[in-house]
Design a protein around this ligand. Structure first.
Ligand code: GCU
Length: 672
């Protein structure tokens, strides 16, 4: 989306040229130099004219960017109150005919302001009169790379890792710089470089030198580096006999390791930890709690102002009744026991990044602990790199959900932005979908999800429509018909996918292990909660997981008002019907259809809608370059095949329980 292609609209171009004369970006820092470079590259691309970006104001300067401290002209524009409000990262843009000012408290804020301004140009907006104050709602706006040191990427579908560990620290790939630019342009300011299933080798001196190099590249773009810490590192690297968090020698080992890291990277963000989950080591191996483990690491990084991000994605074989409940069972009793520099990172839902999940019951259940949102940008369970799905609507559905923790309006967004419970550590992360593919994300349309994550972490109130609009204009074209039609596709993709994969609350029926394609019949894995049959529970009576009081009672982990929307089968929001209820095949839906017929209807509508996506896309051929047009076109053919595969596999399998026909007005599924 930083293509900076020539602006076609002649009158707008003229307006922009009048408005941007002798541009100045004040400041001597590396960040200010980056802002000047970005502006000059962008203006050359957008306007076709080359601009010298000055670093001093002269008499002809009418476009001035810089911190308030750098010029009296800029400081005169803003009030003390505004300056306090915008903090270190917020920015202010003011423009009137022939004058434009971009300012903030830091060079980074100014860089953010410049990227915002460039977005206005890229999306062909008017810039003669502007009065923008933009302040990020969350402090940490992060990407989690699940990248291994051998460059494979766990759940990565866009090639290999962009971190070329072999050639670091000497060789700085241009990709690192472009990655940093892309992130800064959407406000992402933190990155965990390594897989949560961590390898302790990353903490060895040779690797820390490499990490330092990446941190040096990212620093002027405002991006802090985090590492995943394998809990057993003191044993593996330090040759200690234990990794018990209450053992003084273990504590000293981590303190020394933190000191070593900070001596190389003084602004190191801290550690991201997956512990006692899916076989990873953790404090429970020593009969200690998650809080004991997190606090030990938090003590090690605290003198350097580092933080620990401790993941709440835990489930173990000991909890065969309902995996849904384990995170709350483990973490709620620890509320208030974490050090002040610990955040608990919670996946958006209690199972695992499904096409649709109710919000995680931990949101609203740990008021004394800052909770960080974890979304998955990479499409592990959403068709991976062959399916086009725009995730902003999914992210927003979760953020807008009401936990009712402190009455109506206690949305998940207000939990994570700290406003509900008065926290200052706040954040949102996305499991990255980035790899070394030429288009970064595998599916050309998947870049929109990286973009959406950044934009929503900055401001979760931005609509999905706006995000899609901006991204399409910058990435493809400002052609009005193209934007309208393609945006319409984007905004529907998520519901379409839910229909052909996991309608009315079905979940985790993907094939096991790789999670690609359908596998609802799998029942032979020795961990019960890895088998899809555990989740759909289809039998001769009906289908769905009874999580109400008469079942696992996972619903009891939600606040009563939130529970109400799902509790009663006859009033349950049908998007979540089979998530919370075991409904009989003949249970009547609001549509008048039975559950069985509703499933048929949804699976068919979903697959047919992919045909519609393809038809709409074909209309865009003349609007964009042939390569990307063809790429998306071919991928839509694959997506259609996969949607039909999902439909046929799921309906034919569930039919063995429902014993009901697929109504004759539907094309009958191919049983092969
Ligand atoms: C999912 C995913 C794993 C990942 C895990 C996690 O289960 O399939 O690959 O490690 O989530 O988030 O830790």
């Amino acid at each position: 989306w930083l293509r900076y292609v020539p602006i076609k609209n002649k009158s707008l171009l003229l307006e922009y040229k009048k408005q941007i004369v002798s541009p100045v970006v004040l400041g001597t820092s590396a960040t200010a130099a980056i802002a000047r470079k970005e502006l000059s590259v962008a203006l050359l691309g957008l306007t076709g004219s080359s601009y010298l970006i000055n670093s001093n104001i002269n008499t002809s300067s009418v476009f001035i960017a810089g911190t308030v401290k750098s010029s009296a002209v800029l400081s005169a524009l803003v009030t003390k109150e505004e300056l306090n409000r915008i903090g270190n990262e917020g920015f202010i843009i003011k423009a009137k005919p022939g004058k434009t000012f971009i300012t903030g408290n830091t060079d980074l804020a100014v860089l953010y302001g410049i990227f915002h301004y460039l977005r206005l140009l890229q999306t062909n907006q008017k810039v003669i009169n502007l009065n923008v104050i933009s302040i990020p709602k969350l402090k940490l706006r992060m990407l989690n790379h699940w990248d291994n040191l051998n460059r494979t990427v766990e759940r990565g579908y866009a090639g290999f890792s962009i971190w070329d560990w072999h050639r670091l620290p000497t060789f700085i790939d241009q990709r690192y710089i472009d990655y940093a630019r892309a992130n800064a342009s959407i406000g992402i300011n933190a990155v965990a470089l390594t897989n949560v299933n961590a390898n302790s080798i990353i903490l060895t001196p040779a690797y820390l030198e490499k990490v330092k190099k990446l941190a040096d590249v990212f620093r002027p773009y405002g991006i802090k580096v985090f590492l995943t810490a394998r809990f057993s590192s003191p044993i593996e690297l330090g040759r200690l006999k234990t990794a018990d968090p209450l053992d003084a020698i273990v504590q000293q080992w981590w303190t020394a390791k933190a000191n070593e890291i900070y001596s190389l990277i003084p602004d190191f963000g801290g550690f991201l930890v997956k512990a006692n989950s899916e076989g990873q080591p953790g404090p429970q191996d020593y009969k200690r709690t998650h809080a004991d483990g997190a606090n030990m690491l938090a003590n090690a990084v605290a003198p350097h102002k580092g933080i620990v991000i401790w993941r709440a994605f835990v489930y173990a074989a000991e909890n065969p009744v309902d995996r849904h409940m384990q995170a709350n069972d483990d973490f709620v009793p620890l509320d208030g026991k974490f050090n002040s520099n610990v955040m608990v990172q919670v996946k958006n839902g209690a199972i695992d990044f499904m096409p649709r999940e109710p919000f995680h019951p931990l949101f609203g259940a740990m008021p004394k602990t800052p909770l960080m949102m974890e979304f998955q940008v990479t499409q592990e369970y959403l068709g991976q790199a062959t399916n086009w799905v725009f995730l902003a609507p999914l992210f927003k559905e979760v953020l807008d959900s009401d936990t009712y923790a402190k009455g109506k309006g206690s949305t998940v967004a207000k939990v994570i932005d700290g406003s509900l419970d008065d926290h200052t550590l706040t954040g949102m992360t996305g499991v990255a979908n980035i790899g070394n593919d030429i288009n970064w994300t595998g599916h050309p349309m998947a870049q929109a999800n990286w973009y959406a994550l950044g934009r929503l972490a900055w401001d979760y109130n931005i609509t999905s429509d706006t995000i899609a609009d901006e991204w399409l204009r910058m990435t493809f074209s400002n052609d009005a018909a193209f934007v309208k039609s393609t945006k319409q596709i984007m905004l529907r993709t998520r519901e379409i996918m839910v229909d052909y994969m996991n309608p009315i609350g079905l979940h985790h029926i993907m094939a096991t292990g790789h999670h690609y394609g359908p596998g609802p019949w799998v029942s032979n894995l020795n961990r019960p909660e890895w088998n899809p049959v555990y989740y759909h529970k289809a039998d001769s009576v009906g289908i769905g997981f009874n999580r109400t009081a008469s079942g696992s009672n996972a619903i009891g982990q939600y606040h009563p008002e939130a529970r109400k929307q799902w509790e009663n089968i006859s009033t349950c929001n049908e998007k979540y019907l089979l998530w919370f209820h075991h409904a009989s095949w003949n249970h009547k839906m609001k549509s008048g259809r039975s559950v069985w017929n509703e499933l048929v209807y949804r699976y068919y509508t979903g697959a047919d809608s992919v045909k519609w996506m393809k038809q709409e896309w074909l209309k865009q051929q003349s609007k964009i370059d042939a390569q990307r047009f063809n790429d998306v076109s071919m991928l839509l053919d694959t997506q259609l095949e996969e949607a039909k595969w999902w439909r046929n596999a799921c309906l034919l399998y569930f039919q063995t329980f429902s014993k009901q026909p697929i109504p004759s007005n539907y094309e009958q599924p191919d049983k092969t």
